[in-house]
Each structure stands twice: as structure tokens, then as C-alpha cells.
Design a protein around this ligand. Structure first.
Ligand SMILES: [Fe+2]
Length: 206
């Protein structure tokens, strides 16, 4: 898949994580609970941050630029369903961490699979009905202002964010990230800023 914006690179990272949790929880008798719990906290935080950025920064700009209000309303209600599924999956993951066993792992996995179903439907909808239009708006002052606002809001977590995006990324994803910033800056961010991610999370999936 060719990426026209960072949005779909982020979607690819969500899909990779969903597959990882699905496989790891399926095989776990509770021994992985601590490690998967740490990876889960990152996944949940990235998902919350992504949809909150869309709701507060990107979508208001899209509306101003004339994006179809009917599709915008559909995407908005999908976010609500996703938030509900995330809350449920989060509760099951915390229960698994508190009392690790094959049973609590299986219950957590069911909730993560359900979140994955809701999330994947939403991502596909965005990719089909929003992404091609949004990519054409890239050079507008509104979208340039969005990009600046997101960078400013997430300076602190940028190393973890890019290390997570890079973990398991294919050549298309890497190429898009390099269009976002010079290669040495990306390298510095993921190498130094992403040290915690690599040590505590990437090692779990390796
Ligand atoms: Fe979204």
C-alpha cells in the first residue's frame, strides 16, 4: 500500500499490534502478562491519542475545507464505538495483568479481537472515504497548521511514537516517515527517544 499521509502509516502500526496481541494472548498461560501489559498500555495510549488528534485537530479543519458532513458524522460515531470497545478491552487486559492465567488471557483476547473488528472497520472506512480527499488537502494552510499543532502537542512522546511506528514497518511505511522528516532526525528520534520502547516493548515482539 502506498502511503500519501502519515495517517495510514499509523493505521498499519495499529494493525500490526492487533495481530501481535491476538497471537500472543492465544498462546499465553499468564506468563506474558507483565510484558503484554506494558505493550498494551502503549497501544491503548497511541490509539487514544490518534483518535483524539483526529477529533480535535484534523476533523475540524476537514470540515472547514468542505469535507462531506455525512461521512464525517459516520466516522465520528465509529470513534464512539471504538472508544467503548477500547474501554472494554482495557478492562480485560488489566484483569489479566492483575490475575494472569490462561483463562484471563483468553478473556482479554476476546475483547482485543472485538476491538480489532471495530477498529479495522473504521480504519478501512477512513482509508476509503476520507484518505484520498485528505491527501489532496495536504498543502492547504489549514492542514499545514494541523501538522504543526500535532508536532507541538506530542513533542514529548515523539521518540516512543516513531519507534512504535518503525517497529515492523515495511519499506512503504518507512518511505513515508522519511518524507515527514529528514532521515537523520528520524534515526535520532527512534534511536535515543525510542530507547524505552525498544527495550520494554519491541523486545516482546522480537
Ligand atoms: Fe479515525
Amino acid at each position: 500500500m502506498e502511503h500519501k499521509t502519515l495517517n495510514t502509516v499509523i493505521h498499519a502500526a495499529f494493525r500490526r499490534d492487533l495481530g501481535r496481541f491476538d497471537a500472543a494472548l492465544d498462546a499465553d498461560d499468564g506468563a506474558l502478562a507483565d510484558r503484554l501489559g506494558v505493550a498494551w498500555d502503549n497501544f491503548a495510549a497511541q490509539l487514544r491519542q490518534h483518535h483524539e488528534d483526529e477529533e480535535t485537530i484534523f476533523w475540524p479543519a476537514f470540515r472547514e475545507l468542505g469535507f462531506d458532513p455525512v461521512i464525517a458524522a459516520e466516522l465520528d460515531s465509529e470513534h464512539q464505538r471504538m472508544v467503548d470497545a477500547l474501554r472494554e478491552a482495557d478492562a480485560r487486559m488489566q484483569a489479566y495483568r492483575a490475575a494472569p492465567s490462561a483463562t484471563s488471557a483468553a478473556t482479554a483476547r476476546n475483547a482485543v479481537v472485538e476491538l480489532g473488528r471495530v477498529l479495522t472497520n473504521h480504519l478501512e472506512h477512513e482509508e476509503h472515504d476520507l484518505e484520498p480527499w485528505a491527501a489532496q488537502q495536504h498543502d492547504t494552510p489549514q492542514l499545514q497548521a494541523c501538522a504543526k499543532a500535532v508536532r507541538k502537542a506530542h513533542q514529548h512522546g515523539a521518540g516512543t511514537f516513531f519507534a512504535w511506528l518503525s517497529d515492523g514497518a515495511g519499506p512503504e511505511e518507512t518511505a513515508m516517515m522519511k518524507r515527514q522528516m529528514p532521515a537523520p532526525v528520524l534515526w535520532g528520534l527512534t534511536t535515543f527517544g525510542g530507547r524505552g520502547y525498544r527495550k520494554r516493548i519491541a523486545s516482546t515482539w522480537a
